[in-house]
Design a protein around this ligand. Structure first.
Ligand code: SF4
Ligand code: SF4
Length: 147
């Protein structure tokens, strides 16, 4: 929570403008970052850590783009996800996705018949091998004080 700017959140709680351009707000029943922000300001953020809402933000940046403070709902939802992950409260399906990404550099395999049906071109070659090399270098650097 220390990463959040409470002064900006105070303004945010009085505004609510980006609710009407947020795709998750418009399409997912019950998704409302305004309620999360209200509880964060009241010191009651804990109750949202196990709530699916915090994982329903698409990180599309729409709210950041229109925000007069350039703050957006997104910062709050990202801070909540970070905190939930630190506390080991990541939903299993998200955890599976992360594990697969770290292991393979992919979040899934392209489905060729579905792409064909939608007239999409063949999927580009995965950068998984390059990603795995980067992870290896990063891990080595973390354990090497001279790096
Ligand atoms: S970043 Fe998240 S909160 Fe912001 S508009 Fe997109 S889905 Fe909504
Ligand atoms: S993020 Fe910005 S635009 Fe959206 S409600 Fe808060 S202050 Fe308003």
């Amino acid at each position: 929570m220390e990463s959040l700017n409470f002064k900006l959140l105070e303004q945010c709680s009085k505004c609510g403008a980006c609710y009407h351009i947020c795709p998750s707000c418009l399409n997912l029943e019950g998704y409302d970052p305004r309620a999360v922000i209200k509880d964060v300001l009241a010191g009651q953020h804990e109750k949202w850590l196990s709530h699916k809402s915090i994982w329903q933000c698409l990180e599309c940046h729409h709210c950041l783009e229109i925000c007069f403070q350039h703050y957006g709902f997104e910062n709050t939802m990202a801070a909540m996800r970070t905190l939930a992950a630190k506390k080991g409260m990541t939903p299993p399906q998200v955890k599976r996705g992360w594990d697969m990404f770290i292991k393979t550099g992919k979040l899934g395999e392209p489905v060729a018949p579905a792409r064909k049906k939608l007239n999409l071109p063949e999927a580009a070659k995965s950068g998984a091998e390059d990603f795995k090399k980067m992870v290896k270098i990063y891990r080595e650097a973390k354990t090497n004080p001279n790096f």
